[in-house]
Design a protein around this ligand. Structure first.
Ligand SMILES: [Zn+2]
Length: 221
């Protein structure tokens, strides 16, 4: 039993038998991002859920309320209780969203390629990015156990420079504000996050054991 905010929870651990899905030979690269929840190497996006922006704004308001009130006061305790409630609601919504989206990916693809996240890098200056990474880590762990249960292959690749490289191997420097990838070498012009997802997919095939797995799908612009 545990208590979070005003709520009590009963937690269970359950051992499940694996439930293999019919085998699939296709592969997908997945790039988690800020603008959309994820970009896929087949040119599609998983958009952020509709409740996301409103919930973030509500969270910021609740945080400011706590900060404004005097420490130890009754009014501050009330504000903290509200903040916990907002946090708990976002956690539930996000968790549900992650379960649904990870399930769909596992159902539709035989081989799934993601980036190795650096969740320990919290000490650096990019705090908000690191906090995001924690959210993605929980998404990836859902993918990992669902993949194992379904008999799918999940591959984690080196994340270094996936947003700054072209499929042809040439380095294509981009600022965070540059949304389109333009390669002078091979002429590829495509949305940046889609190219990143394709680079992630490509990296999984560098090792000899992963060669000839799937195809890089044409990008829909
Ligand atoms: Zn290129």
């Amino acid at each position: 039993m545990k208590r979070e905010g005003q709520q009590w929870y009963a937690c269970f651990s359950v051992e499940c038998q694996p439930k293999p899905l019919p085998a699939l030979g296709n592969a997908i690269g997945i790039d988690v991002g800020l603008e959309s929840f994820a970009a896929l190497s087949n040119g599609k996006y998983i958009p952020n859920p509709r409740w996301y922006r409103a919930a973030e704004a509500k969270l910021r308001r609740a945080q400011r309320k706590v900060a404004r009130r005097k420490k130890g006061s009754h009014r501050r305790r009330k504000a903290v209780a509200l903040l916990q409630k907002v946090h708990a609601r976002i956690w539930r919504l996000r968790n549900e969203f992650q379960h649904i989206e990870s399930f769909k990916l596992i159902r539709d693809f035989g081989i799934l390629v993601i980036e190795q996240l650096n969740v320990k890098g919290l000490a650096g200056g990019m705090l908000s990015k690191a906090v995001q990474d924690v959210g993605w880590a929980s998404f990836f762990s859902k993918m990992a156990y669902k993949a194992e249960s379904a008999g799918r292959t999940l591959i984690k690749v080196n994340p270094a420079g996936t947003s700054q490289t072209c499929l042809c191997g040439r380095s294509v420097r981009k600022l965070l504000s540059d949304r389109v990838h333009v390669c002078m070498e091979c002429g590829l012009v495509a949305p940046r996050d889609i190219v990143s997802a394709q680079v992630i997919l490509q990296r999984a095939r560098i090792g000899p054991s992963n060669r000839n797995v799937g195809e890089v799908m044409p990008c829909v612009v």
